[in-house]
Design a protein. Structure first.
Length: 88
């Protein structure tokens, strides 16, 4: 999903709340487990020259590692340059 920051943050918080509710019920649901922010680390900010990943202030080691991995993939795949070329 691509959207501006305010809407994106609301959707993100909703998804994470659903994950927390699912976790508190001690159920293991594959669908809701994908909303665990530790698994994806953070969200890329698009429209800047270099990869910028926004993460939670409460992010732990796993989330930080996943943010670094995401930035690495973005660099390897030249995402920012491709976006610039496509949107110019």
């Amino acid at each position: 999903m691509v959207c501006e920051g305010f809407t994106g943050n609301i959707i993100l918080k909703l998804a994470e709340s659903l994950y927390d509710i699912n976790k508190s019920l001690s159920t293991d649901n594959k669908y809701f487990n994908r909303f665990n922010f530790e698994n994806y680390g953070g969200t890329p900010v698009l429209g800047v020259a270099k990869p910028v990943i926004i993460g939670h202030g409460i992010s732990g080691e796993k989330a930080f590692m996943n943010m670094i991995k995401l930035a690495k993939v973005m660099l390897e795949k030249n995402v920012m340059q491709k976006m610039k070329e496509e949107l110019s």
